[in-house]
Write a new protein. Sequence first.
Lengths: 442, 389
Amino acid sequence: MKGMIKYLREWFKDTLNIFNSELKTIITDEGVMVIVIVAGLLYPILYNMIYQKGILEETPVAVVDRADCSESREYIKEVDACREVRVAYRCTDMEEARKLFQEREVNGIIYFPEDFGVRLANLQTSTLSVYTDLSSFLYYKNLLLAADFVMLHNIGKIQIERYSRLGMTEQEAMQLVKPVVYEENNPYNATFSYSIFLISAILLLIVQQVMLYSMSICVGTMREQNRSFCSLVDTYGGKGVGRVILGRGMVYWCIFMIIGIYIATIVPAIFDFPQRGRFWNILLLLEFFVTDCVFFSMVWSSLITKRESVFLLMLFISPICLFLTGFSWPATSFPVFWKYFSYIFPSTFACRGFINLNTAGGDLGTIYFQMRGIALQTIGYFILSIVLLYYEHYRLKHKSRLSKIREDITDMVVAGQMKFDKKVDEDIAHIREIVGKNKLSQ
Amino acid sequence: MNCLQNILAVFRRERIIWAKRPIYFVGSVLIVAFCSVFYLTFLQSGVPTGLPIGVVDNDHSSLSRNFISQLDATPAAEVRIFDTYPEARVEMQRGRITSICVIPEGMYRDVSAQKQPEMTFYINGLYFMGGSLAYSDLLTMINLTSGAVQRQVLRMKGMNDAQIMGMIKPVELDTHMIGNSTMNYGAYLGSMMIPGVLEMVMVVLIVYSLGTELKYGGSRRLMELSGGSIGVALLGKLILYTIFFFLLGVTIEMLLYSWCHYPFAGSVWYMFLDVFLLVLASEAMGITIISFCPVLRFALSVSSLYTVLAFSLTGFTLPLEAMPEAFQYVSAIFPLKHYYQFFVQEGIFGTGFTGWWQEVCHFLIFLIFPMLGIHRLKHAYIYQDYEQI
């Protein structure tokens, strides 16, 4: 019993020591602090500011009205009245409109051919052309939406007129033109705002990436200074794995829970972003997610041997992770390989979970699959991080034994107990240099 | 002459560094290659198909069954039937269906009696492509149904098909999509995401390369080789990078427009110029960053924060005019934005020189930036008086 208490006390003391030293490493490293403060605290605000409006309105278009009939004039007036589009220029021919288009004065052209009115009068189908460039999908979407909307409206009017000519009453004609009416709802994103797609997906991704970068920088720095992220295990002969993992993990967990709560609840509130989820549900998701991120970062950061390599090797992952959340290209259409690849990242589950909870206002039942994914991932990464810790420990022990042998040889040579030719002498000098450096840094 | 020899000496030293440290190769070629494979294969199909659309059929008539099977037959949609609306709603909150279509009870009866039954759509607006495509698919189906009902009535009135067509469809919309006629989402995103990754890699790698000289104390040797001139030192170092990045850029352009046959209006040769200017401007930004904060650890954090923003502020997803005005000005400091403008002129409109000469000027302005802070870098290189780690 006494031994047990002693063990526990020691255990807590060690864990606390590791916690403190890791915390010190993070806080005293300006490279890490810049990332945590700027990317973790300011970027969520910046992204919200960039995408605050989120909707493209009044896309300028040029109109070429060769028909110049009452229908085309009516049409132009209605298109101009749409929120999406603004008639910026009226051109006499396509050449002029095309020039404006290329100069990016307008993002689309609406063209009425000469026979537009004539064909309508003859009860035939008239064609109306819309040109839009695909430099951004939103130009295309706006122009098509407005043109379609006005067209459907006009078609209805023209059809009713035509049916009246066939001798129907207006009521009958209306019922025939629209045998089925529809009501549309877009409950979560009424204006199809770009900010709601993107911000919902990006917020939690920021937590994951900032943690990955900061932990990797710390690991890289330690290794450069000839320390390691598993320094305690070394002294305990491989017994203190729990202490190292929990001590280090707790630091990141605490810091990033705070950042996570800030990002998932405070930032959306500042920008009047929809918050339909319950706070406790979001907190639960965050707890799962941040725990997962801790082990995820531990595993991947152990590949880093030098602090600078973090940015060279890991920066490109952020946009890829964003696509893998499925916010833009639907997850159901992912190619099989990338679907499984996306399961590597906690963000794939967490961002979808956050969208379901926060933006779609679902309850815990709606994020069951995501939570299960996160839980399985956490277990996987936890086991992997233990394995990697043992490996690191083995490597370090091996390394220190090697350098001890080298030191002995050097001493013997220096003392004149062994003789080598010139080449070996050079090697020895080199070894001494390395050993000397190691001693200094210790 | 002496100057040329110095440049060569620095160049040779840089070549040895590249050969000795694999991170330069891994950090550039492998990453660009991986990202290219990702963006080209991930969005391979161009337009998503088989989007799950939930249908709640309260009518169970031949009309509703016909509507469902026709909706299912469109390439974009894959119908999933639900018994009740709440069931479907939960699935939508889970993000597993893109939209819900509720068919009212007695639809067939009401249509026959000309009572105009009302269908209800719920669109999941949280997923960009899925939501909007499902929406347009449902609208098309509703219009087709109206058309079918009308045709039946008009046939009974004894009209021929040509006359019926004029009645059902008095106006037709003929859409021309300039620069991407098949609406290939992969071409649209790939054309910008892959050069975006290239820019990211270039800025970070330049900062890394110039910064490691400080960190590992090689900068004095470098200055010795260059005869004390920072210009010569940078020139010697950057020749290798410029050639290398340019070749990488050319490979990307070839990959996109020659191998994948992404739509391209103008001449690919001009895109080589565009990518060359992107290389120069990105290098200039890299030099500027390391000059103003000549501490490697700090400069790398700054450069990564900077390059990540480029994807948003280029305006190829949400156009710049939909952002607050301040960001429209800020966007000018990202070389990728000018690459994009150039690409729009050449790749989408095929205008040639008259369309993009302004972008060339903008790119060249970037080359002035390093001159503002280069004395700081020289000072740091000679005295190495900044923190070293």
